[in-house]
Structure formats: structure tokens, C-alpha cells
Design a protein around this ligand. Structure first.
Ligand SMILES: Cc1cc2nc3c(=O)[nH]c(=O)nc-3n(C[C@H](O)[C@H](O)[C@H](O)COP(=O)(O)OP(=O)(O)OC[C@H]3O[C@@H](n4cnc5c(N)ncnc54)[C@H](O)[C@@H]3O)c2cc1C
Ligand code: SF4
Length: 477
């Protein structure tokens, strides 16, 4: 009888790839997890219980066929594992690195519920596609025939690029416009190298270009070229511009020098890793070296800022968050990584104002959690008389992002938006109220996740292809 290759969760313990020691990794911007060796990836994949109804798959936004590619990995059939994995995910090695798996696939793994520790789905997904790159299995789009129709994609983040890849593979002429100089959106300039090294993103951009996607960089729609011109030049337009308006802080002293936006701080740091000259870093404005740094916020962006500040050689790094650890929006895994690297968290602490200009302190109010609000989350309440001043000579605001006012910026009042300013678009297709105009990713969902942007981009590309095919069929009648 053939040996059973799976269901090893009883005899094999969960084992993540080795993490570099905190006092080594906190000095550079390289990723912190090592790669699995082949035998380890096979062993960890073999822990999967091959559920009939795989909850990991239904909780993955891309509905990745996880049990199948785990089984193929466990039996050494890696090229097939890659084929299955890439069939539903445009950038599996990126998701494997930065998805919050504890809230998605791994958080719903049945063997985790039975106390054996989840299958390390993300790490195996990363291993499969990293191996595929090493072996030359990842190929640029190579359509069997060219189509005449063209699609414009505004924004080269994961949402726009996932759509670009699918449309180009079908032979459509694709032009991606972006106001930055490099493609990748927040994968390039938001997320730091210790979570996602930049060559992982750049090789994807290069492949799309090699496959015939045209990139028009340093091109801001609404400034360098109008939205109307773009619409006239293409058969369809996808808006994938993300959300970039930083939420601000109020209170006395909020405008002082030394209080900076998280996105500016992280972009400067990421630019340095490309070897760019960054005047705001050289002047010290966006450099944490030798400073007492306070980061305000409790999401992924705040976690990335605190850990960047540690790597820049800050004297101390504190994170203020108005709720407690259990109620923070950021990943627990990243919070633990930050603590290991030397970040101090002040839970239930909110800024009330700032002292000095340039800033030399944050006036902090102590909070407690009160009654749940309409969303069911407990609202933070001020504890009177418990204020204190936290010393700081660099304060980084990481309070979240909102959409820019696209209808005004693009002089297109007919582009409908929600009351939050996100674009109104059909969930399954991304179709907006404007004919031939679609929208995907954060500009529709509000600040969300890479994996959801990829899902939207793929769904939208499929909807556009259907529409183009239908139009072609009618024209041929
Ligand atoms: C610091 C940080 C850390 C994060 N960490 C994680 C994480 O660990 N895991 C995770 O899943 N998600 C994470 N996210 C969220 C994730 O990055 C986003 O959800 C995702 O990138 C959204 O993709 P998108 O394609 O919609 O937009 P974006 O990635 O924001 O890309 C939008 C692109 O549009 C361009 N653009 C905008 N306006 C214009 C214009 N007018 N003309 C031309 N181009 C324009 C921008 O330059 C940009 O390149 C993080 C976000 C931040 C800010
Ligand atoms: S894409 Fe994200 S949620 Fe889906 S299997 Fe991969 S790591 Fe899990």
C-alpha cells in the first residue's frame, strides 16, 4: 500500500522558517525569516489534514487551492504546486510574505483548532514561488494572439498590476500610468524591506514589462494628463490609485517641526534602500538616528514605522495606541517582532497635544476601554488626571489613510463616491457609474490588504475581458 504522505500533524510539529536573532536583524532592512530548505517545506506541507471542506481556502480572499498545493509540495511535485498556486494568485510569493495569515488562511486551519498548530501555509506558498523563480518557471505574459483593444490602468500597485497581468496574458494592449518613478505602489514605497525585499517586487515589474505591458511612470492623472484624455485614448480604464491622504492629529502643537507623516517617513526609508538621494533624510527631518521616536497608531503602518526607526538607530522607540493590545488592528505577529527588536508599546495611551517647536514631547492621556460602540468595539475613554508628557524629538503619525477627492482632482463630478470618499464600484466587477470605467483595491475598499487588491484586480480584468469579447461577438454578427 502507498505510504500516506499527508496528515502528519500529529507526529510533526509546526515549524516556521528560522527567524534571524533580533539583535542581528534590527540593524538592516533584509527580510527576517530565512527560506525553508526543501525537506522542511515538504515536511511542513505534509502536516495538512486535507479537509473535505477546507476553511483555509474559503478564508483566503483568492480562494487559493491550498490543500492541493500543500499535497503537491509534500510529494516533491513543486512545478505542479506552482502551477496550481499561480492559477489563482498573481503574486503568491508576495502574499506568502505579507498576508496577515493569522487572520486569514492559517487562522482558520482546522488542525490549529484542534490544538496542533496551524499548517504554515504562507511560508510554504512563499517557498513554492521562490523555487519557481529560481528554476525559471515564472514566465512573463506571452499571449497567443494580440488584440486591438487597449486598457488604461491608473496606479501600479498590486490591484492595478494584477489586472495588467491578466489582461495582457489575454492579448489586450495595457498601459499602466503611475505618479511614482517605480511600479509596485505600496509594495515598493510603503512596506519596508524587512517584510518584503524590493527585488521581489522589481522582478515582477520587469516581467510585466517584458510581457508587453507599457508603463508610463512619473505621470500623475489630473496633473500631467487629464482623466478625460485617458478615457478617450482607451477602451476601458481601471482606477487603482490606493488611498494616500493621511489622517491628521489635532491638539496644541500639532503643527510643530519634527511631527511627520508615516507615508513620508516610510517612502524616504524605502527610497534609500534603492540607493536614491533623499534630501529629507539627509537633513535629518525623516531620519530617526539618535532620536527619541514616538509613533502614534496601532495598525500595520505604525508597526512598520517603529521597526524602521529601530533600524535607523533611534535612541528609543515608543508606540502609543489608544486601545489595548487585544484590540489593535495591526498584526500580532508583527507586534511581537517589534517588541523583540526593542520597541516599547504604551497601550491605552492617546496624544492630547505636543510640547516644543521643534517638538520635544507628546502630552499623553491615559485611556480605559468603555462600552462597545455601534461596531461592537469598546470605545476608549479618558482617565482624568492621569496625563503625562512623553519625551520625543521625532513623532510619526500613523493614524490611517483616506482617499483623495478624485472627482474634484480629476474634474469628473460624475464619478460617484461613497460617503467615505472611496469610489462606488460593483464588488464582483469593479464597474463604476461611468461607462467603461472600473475601480479596484484600496480606492474602493479603503485601506485594506494586498491580497484583496489582487483579488479585485483579477475580478475586474475578467469582467473587462467578458465585455470586450461580447462587443467583439456583436461586431462580428
Ligand atoms: C505601511 C504599510 C504597510 C502595509 N503592510 C501590509 C501588509 O503587511 N500586508 C498587507 O496585505 N497589506 C499591507 N498594507 C496595505 C497594502 O499595501 C494595500 O492594501 C495595497 O497596496 C493596496 O493596493 P492598491 O493597488 O489598491 O494601491 P497602492 O498599492 O496604494 O498603489 C496605488 C498606486 O497608484 C498611484 N497613484 C495614486 N494616484 C495616482 C494618480 N492620480 N495618477 C497616477 N498614479 C496614481 C500611486 O503612486 C501608487 O503607485 C500596508 C499598507 C501600508 C501603508
Ligand atoms: S494569499 Fe494570503 S490568505 Fe491566501 S493562502 Fe496565501 S497567505 Fe493565505
Amino acid at each position: 500500500m502507498a505510504k500516506q504522505p499527508m496528515l502528519k500533524f500529529i507526529s510533526v510539529d509546526r515549524d516556521m522558517p528560522a527567524k534571524r536573532a533580533a539583535d542581528e536583524r534590527n540593524k538592516d532592512f533584509h527580510e527576517i525569516y530565512a527560506a525553508y530548505a526543501e525537506a522542511k517545506a515538504e515536511e511542513q506541507a505534509s502536516r495538512c489534514s486535507q479537509c473535505g471542506v477546507p476553511y483555509c481556502q474559503s478564508h483566503c480572499p483568492l480562494h487559493n487551492n491550498i490543500p492541493d498545493w500543500l499535497r503537491l509540495t509534500a510529494t516533491g511535485r513543486l512545478e505542479e504546486a506552482y502551477e496550481v498556486s499561480q492559477a489563482t494568485n498573481t503574486f503568491p510569493e508576495i502574499c506568502g510574505r505579507i498576508c496577515p495569515q493569522d487572520r486569514l488562511c492559517e487562522g482558520n486551519c482546522v488542525i490549529e483548532q484542534s490544538g496542533h498548530g496551524t499548517v504554515t501555509i504562507g511560508s510554504v506558498e512563499k517557498y513554492i514561488t521562490d523555487t519557481a523563480w529560481e528554476n525559471g518557471w515564472v514566465k512573463p505574459p506571452a499571449p497567443t494572439s494580440e488584440r486591438e483593444e487597449s486598457v488604461a490602468i491608473i496606479g501600479a500597485g498590486p490591484g492595478g498590476l494584477a489586472a495588467a497581468d491578466m489582461l495582457r496574458r489575454a492579448g489586450v494592449q495595457v498601459t499602466v500610468y503611475d505618479r511614482y518613478d517605480r511600479a509596485g505602489g505600496l509594495l515598493t514605497y510603503g512596506i519596508p524591506g524587512f517584510k518584503l525585499e524590493k527585488d521581489i517586487v522589481m522582478r515582477r515589474n520587469d516581467q510585466l514589462e517584458a510581457g508587453g505591458v507599457t508603463f508610463k511612470m512619473n505621470c500623475e492623472i489630473g496633473k500631467d494628463i487629464s482623466f478625460d484624455e485617458i478615457r478617450k485614448a482607451h477602451d476601458a480604464v481601471i482606477i487603482a490609485t490606493g488611498v494616500y491622504k493621511s489622517r491628521d492629529l489635532q491638539g496644541p502643537g500639532a503643527g510643530a517641526a519634527g511631527i511627520v507623516k508615516a507615508i513620508d517617513y516610510l517612502t524616504a526609508s524605502n527610497r534609500l534602500s534603492f540607493g536614491d538621494t533623499v534630501p529629507e533624510f539627509d537633513s535629518g527631518e525623516l531620519n530617526a538616528e539618535g532620536k527619541k521616536v514616538v509613533v502614534i497608531g496601532g495598525g500595520d503602518t505604525a508597526m512598520d514605522c517603529v521597526r524602521t526607526a529601530i533600524r535607523q538607530g533611534a535612541e528609543s522607540v515608543k508606540c502609543l495606541y489608544r486601545r489595548d493590545r487585544a484590540n489593535m488592528p495591526g498584526s500580532q505577529r508583527e507586534t511581537q517582532n517589534a517588541e523583540e527588536e526593542g520597541v516599547v508599546f504604551e497601550w491605552l495611551a492617546a496624544p492630547k497635544g505636543f510640547t516644543g517647536d521643534p517638538v520635544n514631547g507628546v502630552m499623553v492621556q491615559r485611556m480605559r476601554l468603555g462600552q462597545p460602540d455601534a461596531s461592537g468595539r469598546q470605545s476608549p475613554e479618558v482617565i482624568e488626571g492621569a496625563d503625562y508628557v512623553e519625551e520625543a524629538d521625532l513623532v510619526i503619525k500613523a493614524l490611517g489613510f483616506e482617499p483623495e477627492d478624485l472627482p474634484a482632482l480629476w474634474n469628473e463630478p460624475a464619478l460617484s463616491v461613497t460617503r467615505w470618499g472611496t469610489i462606488k464600484a460593483a464588488f464582483t466587477t469593479g464597474a463604476t457609474d461611468l461607462d467603461g470605467v472600473y475601480a479596484v483595491g484600496d480606492i474602493v475598499r479603503g485601506a485594506s490588504l494586498v491580497v484583496w487588491a489582487i483579488r479585485d484586480g483579477r475580478d475586474c480584468a475578467e469582467a473587462i475581458l467578458k465585455k470586450l469579447n461580447a462587443a467583439k461577438a456583436i461586431a462580428a454578427e
